[in-house]
Design a protein around this ligand. Structure first.
Ligand code: NDP
Length: 239
């Protein structure tokens, strides 16, 4: 099909599966991430191009956009993760503020920065796909609140890029196993509870999200924009 596809956070987990799905269709794929070594390895295996970039750093994002080139068809804002799992807030309001800002940076502002840097080069027929979370439905955490804000922003973005023939949608995955997100941080009880909350009794797989992403970027999805698409096996809470 010959499209140019950018997947932020494309060096592991769901992003890697998304990148591989587009590559399998013959698209040119660029993946980004902070861990340059892992990114380069994944890119070589997939047949993608790697650009090391922290999506929360405006200077790195501007440089990545320069390296990307003048045209883009599909932008997948996958970079993110619950920073509370790796750097929980300590005591005091200052620590709470730091922890909230970390999740807002990682999950909301990363997508805002990347989209702002590349949206003017998107060709008609293009698609922007942001990755939210089931956690946005019960946003008692900074992670859930960041993903809820990302969903709201995506709907507004759709109205801005729509006249240029570009769609903007958000995929909200439920629990997706076999990624770095929960790696080593999920008790067996919690994992069982997440699976029990689904209607089909299974954990999601990165390929489930990859298939949905690929569809949203296809001609058949041209009239789908400004939407949140839930890929969660029917689960509707992470409480
Ligand atoms: P992974 O940890 O495997 O993937 C996250 C990817 O994002 C990594 O490749 C990481 O690369 C990259 N990343 C994180 N922060 C940045 C940053 N600041 N700049 C650039 N890249 C960054 O987990 P998943 O594949 O599970 O997560 C992918 C997305 O799916 C995330 O947005 C997550 O919130 C979302 N999600 C995941 C769910 C799950 O159950 N797994 C459920 C719902 C949503 P690097 O470290 O090299 O920067």
């Amino acid at each position: 099909m010959g499209r140019i596809v950018l997947v932020t956070g494309g060096g592991s987990g769901i992003g890697r599966a998304v990148a591989a799905r587009f590559r399998a269709a013959g698209d040119t794929v660029v993946v980004t991430g902070r861990n340059g070594e892992r990114l380069a390895r994944a890119a070589a295996e997939i047949g993608a191009r790697a650009i090391t970039c922290d999506a929360t750093d405006p200077e790195q994002v501007a440089r990545m956009a320069d390296e990307l080139g003048p045209e883009l068809d599909v932008l997948v804002n996958m970079a993110g993760g619950n920073t509370d799992l790796t750097a929980p807030a300590g005591e005091g309001l200052g620590e709470v503020l730091r922890a909230w800002r970390a999740n807002l940076d990682a999950n909301l502002l990363s997508a805002v920065l990347t989209t702002t840097a590349v949206r003017d080069r998107m060709r008609p027929g293009g698609s922007i796909i942001n990755i939210g979370s089931i956690g946005a439905e019960y946003a008692a955490s900074s992670y859930g609140a960041a993903k809820a804000a990302l969903a709201a922003w995506t709907a507004g973005l759709s109205s801005e890029v729509g006249p240029k023939g570009v769609t903007a949608n958000l995929i909200a995955p439920g629990y997706i196993a076999e990624t770095g997100f929960f790696h080593g941080k999920l008790s067996e009880d919690r994992r069982s509870a997440l699976i029990a909350a689904t209607h089909n009794g299974r954990a999601g797989h990165p390929d489930d999200v990859a298939a949905t992403t690929f569809f949203l970027a296809s001609e058949g999805a041209r009239h789908i924009t400004g939407q949140t698409l839930h890929v969660n096996g029917g689960a509707h809470t992470t409480r």
